[in-house]
Write a protein that binds this ligand. Structure first.
Ligand code: ARG
Length: 560
């Protein structure tokens, strides 16, 4: 049941000649504290037409309105304040959650395939914190969109093609060793790559060699292809270790290389539509009418580019998945690139480009400093996750020394802490990373939410009765928790509309806090007639906290 709509209906009956239901809905506010009511309607905008003071209007509306669905309706200053009938509300919310379980909050806001371009690290380079952000944000958006009716397709658009592979092949053939690459592929491939750039400063002919090797690779030369495929496989194996730790799965690993044989068609189409222009030896699409720099499509040596591969990928995804929207979870620094991508597609006459959305995110700093890819963050990343798990282990040992599967729980908590921390601030915000803060059991952390959920579960295990949502809960101190529970579906909808996992993370923190306050004031396990109703509340809190964490890609241990 939508309680806000009850308020809208009651107001509409009185105001039908002045405001539409939608206008009324848009004006309704939620008061800061429950003492002021559950919904409030401001009357200022009626003052002009009615030639009356807002205070008088509020009093008049409160008087005329049918209040039988509410516990009371009162005018306070310029506002009409609505107090919901708490017991009816409680019964409805708890029955809904008991009945729907993990499906509570599921709704139909749309449908169809939604490819999500996410993670997308570069072969032979360490996975950066930026790629971690893309991975966990994309994963959570996929879960949220599933909950509201869409079918996401998680695509890892690996950076596995481009002139850098020519350089890598030259460097490997000159200075590399098979054993070194086998032992630690990413570190050593990165070494070769860095060395290549150094030596090329004094030996420019190296660049020509690299170009020649990339050309061979693009033309399918077996030796080039074999080396490339080896580097790719070895790097991917390293990345997959991290995906396993995070519990993230992909539907496709079609990276840039996958589009190698699909780019000629794009270039032909651009030519047919007379969109390619010559600029300093390269071929570009002019985008001045979009206020954008020209999009570089083909270099003077004929080699393809990041943009060309993205054009081929966008068209492929459209043809293959017939998407209703197509998302790219990529750092904010590539905003211009995605604007250009959409603009070129629109120039080609592909109106569906309007369904492409770049979902940008900000930078992570560590203790105030920008993180650098060059310093081997793949190790850093695994190290961070490993340290988080160790920290969780210590805390669990203190709080719950006889916990059964302590290692698994420590993993859930440590990894969950890092993921939750990433998702709790708004996507576009930059944030600083400090491990101690991230793994705290108190404060605005993932472990705090997980711990609250485990606490709710332990109450249920200890209880002598069974939860029963049909027993009417008449308990003032549960009111804030009940309203938060009722708010979950709307919260999921907002997170989906805004592609914003932080909406869910912040909600989970509010619910956990609300429940802990309730728990501090109320003796839940007292054996009285209300016990089954209070247990239904506890059960609902656990269901909704678990599902919130699940939408973030964070596990919710039953005990910790
Ligand atoms: N590999 C790129 C990078 O690390 C990200 C790719 C994003 N996806 C895309 N379709 N362009 O910067």
């Amino acid at each position: 049941m939508d309680f806000k709509n009850q308020v809208v209906d009651a107001l509409s009956a009185v105001l039908k000649d002045e405001l539409s239901a939608d206008q009324i809905k848009g004006l309704i506010e939620v008061p800061k504290t429950s003492e002021l009511g559950d919904f409030a309607f401001p009357t200022f905008m009626l003052a002009k037409t009615r030639h009356m003071a807002p205070i008088k209007i509020a009093a008049e509306i409160a008087d005329q309105l049918d209040s039988s669905n509410f516990s009371k309706v009162v005018a306070t200053g310029a506002y009409v304040n609505f107090f919901l009938a708490q017991t009816t509300f409680a019964q409805q919310v708890l029955a809904d959650i008991a009945q729907q379980g993990a499906d509570y909050g599921k709704q139909n806001l749309g449908s169809g395939n939604v490819p999500i371009d996410m993670s997308s690290p570069n072969i032979a380079k360490p996975m950066s914190m930026g790629h971690l952000r893309s991975t966990v944000i994309g994963n959570s958006i996929a879960k949220i969109l599933t909950k509201v009716g869409y079918s996401p397709i998680k695509i890892n658009h690996l950076g596995d093609w481009g002139t850098q592979f020519g350089k890598l092949i030259v460097a490997y053939k000159k200075w590399g060793s098979e054993e070194a690459v086998k032992a630690d592929p990413i570190t050593n491939l990165l070494h070769y790559y860095v060395r290549f750039h150094k030596e090329a400063e004094t030996q420019p002919e190296l660049d020509d060699e690299a170009r020649a090797w990339f050309k061979k690779l693009e033309d399918g030369d077996p030796e080039a292809h074999e080396l490339w495929s080896w580097f790719r496989g070895a790097s991917l194996k390293e990345f997959k270790r991290i995906y396993d730790i995070l519990g993230v799965k992909f539907d496709s690993f079609n990276g840039e290389a996958f589009y190698n044989d699909k780019m000629d068609k794009v270039i032909d189409e651009l030519n047919d539509k007379h969109l390619l222009k010559e600029s300093r030896g390269a071929e570009v699409v002019d985008l001045s009418k979009y206020d954008l720099n020209p999009a570089l499509i083909r270099k003077s040596d004929g080699a393809s580019l990041y943009m060309t591969r993205d054009l081929a990928a966008a068209i492929y995804r459209h043809d293959e998945y017939n998407f209703t929207q197509s998302l790219y979870v990529v750092g904010m620094e590539q905003t211009e690139h995605f604007k250009q991508l959409k603009a070129v597609l629109l120039e080609m006459g592909h109106d569906w480009a309007n369904d492409i959305h770049h979902i940008p995110f900000g930078l992570i700093t560590a203790n105030g400093k920008k993180l650098s890819t060059r310093k081997g963050n793949v190790i850093l990343l695994e190290k961070v996750l490993g340290e988080a798990v160790e920290l969780a282990k210590t805390q669990i040992a203190e709080k719950h020394p006889d916990l059964q599967n302590a290692d698994q729980v420590a993993e859930d908590v440590g990894v969950g802490a890092v993921v939750f921390h990433d998702l709790k601030s708004e996507r576009v915000d930059n944030f600083d990373f400090n491990l101690e803060d991230v793994v705290r059991f108190e404060g605005e952390t993932g472990p705090y939410v997980q711990y609250t959920n485990a606490r709710a579960n332990s109450i249920l295990t200890k209880a002598s009765a069974k939860a029963d949502a049909s027993v009417v809960l008449d308990d003032d101190s549960a009111w804030d928790v009940l309203k938060l529970l009722a708010d979950f579906p709307a919260t999921v909808a907002r997170a989906a509309r805004e592609y914003e996992p932080s909406v869910i993370a912040k909600y989970a923190l509010r619910l956990a806090k609300g429940f802990n306050q309730y728990y501090a004031h109320t003796k839940i396990l007292v054996e009285d007639a209300q016990l089954p109703a209070r247990l239904a509340l506890v059960q609902s809190v656990s269901t909704v906290l678990t599902e919130s964490l699940n939408l973030l890609g964070v596990r919710a241990p039953k005990e910790m």
